[in-house]
Design a protein around this ligand. Structure first.
Ligand code: AMP
Length: 485
């Protein structure tokens, strides 16, 4: 961080909001982008979330829009002037809130629209007139088709997290939306990485953009300590407990590659005594916001999430990120570990690498231009092997659901199953699960203990006799880990 906001000559209403946010100096993206946007140039910015890019584009846009400020109650006097498009609901909510904060002393109005929610309240807001509209592409198209959103007076468009919008398959939606907009406009594109698709998008829709790169693109945050452990698929949960315990970690994000895997893992970890919540695309908007809130307040230890659900979440200083699954897309590795080690704080990123993940790890090596050394994980002898704890406290078995007795009594069968899957075992004597309990194939339903978690203390379901270390036992209220907004 270098220069002060006072050098920008922002309008007093905006300067006041910035001061109240507690911002003292500009972040690098702000320092570079704000003057360029104030001049009315298109921008292609390489910046990840957490760099302050929302203020980097919203403050100059708000400043430029102040000439339209008015107190009229007529919707016609409040047409949409700025459109901000984002890939996920969470990100849309987050960016819309930041814009509301920055614009709070102006008369400019803003609203956010995203899918998975009733359209009616959004429609009422749109009909009343808003100058700044934050939206996810699909829902915006619904509102355009319903004639709730009229975009013929848009002067500014922001394509935020553009790489992720393309990953999700939003390109056709973006193209349609952009076709409704006036040709004369300022377009700002932000992306964590500049892939060839992003460059193509930029060359189609941006005019003579100024390129701004604040951090080396495709580079993982240097403050993050990264480990790649070679772990058999069945050892991953045990390894997760081990690292949490050894490092005395109180909270972490745990990334998985699929919604189903996310729900299953969250359920298993919950049964193993960790207050866990799942964040994936099948969760309702309300559930996602509650989960995030509970994590931010320190009421939840582990947030198990998929990439889409976690994209761009403004949660800072998470002590650790686990890649329970190595991501299919190497760029997601950079995004995932960007949750930790932010703003100069040191962080930990641990990836569990199964033998079948070799190609994915080599993709990450190529992206980072760094050799990755796989490490072996040493399991503590004196700690219980969670996989031996067949019975969970509601009477169901975690691994073996057969009539034949506990899985641990049939090592031969496990060994055969294991060699068939070709996975390396870190402890040859350790039994393997015989069959998956169908319980874990059911869709995730929040348990009683997590359903109302936002406002209540969660009951830890697993008795201490289960032997999970005190280090990973309930840790309430670690909100201090997160900077307040
Ligand atoms: P963003 O990258 O826009 O998601 O911002 C990440 C976080 O940084 C948000 O919580 C902002 O409130 C905060 N932030 C943005 N700009 C500054 C600044 N200049 N100084 C301190 N915090 C900031």
């Amino acid at each position: 961080m270098t220069s002060s906001f006072s050098n920008l000559s922002l309008a007093p209403t905006l300067a006041r909001a910035v001061a109240e946010m507690g911002y003292e100096s500009m972040t690098p993206i702000q320092e570079q982008a704000i003057p360029v946007v104030l001049q009315g140039r298109d921008v292609m910015g390489a910046a990840q979330t957490g760099t302050g890019k929302t203020a980097a584009f919203s403050l100059p846009l708000l400043q430029r829009m102040l000439k339209h400020e008015n107190a009229s109650t007529s919707p016609a006097r409040h047409p949409v002037r700025a459109l901000v498009l984002l890939p996920t609901r969470e990100l849309a909510v987050q960016v819309a809130q930041s814009i509301k904060d920055y614009a709070q002393y102006t008369q400019l109005r803003s609203a956010v629209v995203f899918g998975g929610m009733d359209m009616k309240p959004q429609t009422l807001q749109l009909k009343a007139g808003v100058e700044i509209l934050v939206a996810t592409p699909g829902r915006l198209l619904d509102h355009i088709e319903a004639k709730n959103a009229v975009l013929n007076q848009v002067e500014y468009v922001v394509l935020d997290e553009a790489d992720r919008m393309l990953d999700i398959g939003f390109l056709p939606d973006l193209q349609r939306i952009l076709s409704y907009l006036p040709k004369e406009r300022i377009t700002l594109l932000f992306s964590a990485t500049f892939s060839s698709e992003i460059k193509r998008l930029a060359s189609s829709y941006l005019q003579d953009p100024v390129t701004i790169e604040v951090a080396q693109s495709n580079a993982a945050a240097s403050t993050v300590e990264q480990h790649f452990y070679s772990v058999g698929a069945d050892d991953k949960r045990h390894a997760l407990h081990q690292v949490l315990r050894q490092r005395g970690l109180k909270q972490a994000f745990v990334f998985v590659n699929s919604k189903l895997g996310c729900a299953r893992l969250a359920r298993s970890l919950e049964h193993e005594g960790l207050k866990t919540t799942a964040l994936h695309g099948d969760k309702s908007q309300d559930e996602r916001l509650k989960a995030l809130d509970a994590f931010k307040k320190g009421e939840v230890d582990l947030l198990v999430c998929t990439d889409v659900a976690a994209r761009g979440l403004d949660i800072k200083d998470v002590p650790a990120v686990f890649n329970f699954d190595v991501p299919f897309n190497a760029e997601d590795y950079v995004h995932r570990i960007g949750r930790t080690g932010r703003a100069g704080a040191s962080g930990l990123a641990v990836s569990f690498v199964a033998p079948s993940d070799a190609r994915l790890v080599s993709d990450i090596e190529k992206l980072l231009r760094q050799k990755i050394e796989l490490e072996a994980i040493e399991f503590d002898e004196d700690q219980p092997d969670i996989r031996r704890q067949g019975r969970i406290n509601d009477g169901r078995r975690m691994y073996s659901h057969t009539q034949e007795g506990p899985a641990a009594e049939r090592p031969g069968r496990f060994a055969a199953a294991h060699s068939a899957s070709g996975e390396r075992r870190s402890e040859s004597s350790r039994p393997k699960p015989a069959a998956r309990d169908p319980f874990f194939d059911q869709p995730y339903q929040p348990s009683e203990s997590t359903a109302g978690m936002a406002g209540t203390e969660t009951v830890v379901k697993v008795p201490s006799a289960r032997g999970i270390s005190a280090n990973i036992k309930p840790k309430r209220r670690v909100a201090a880990l997160f900077k307040s907004e």
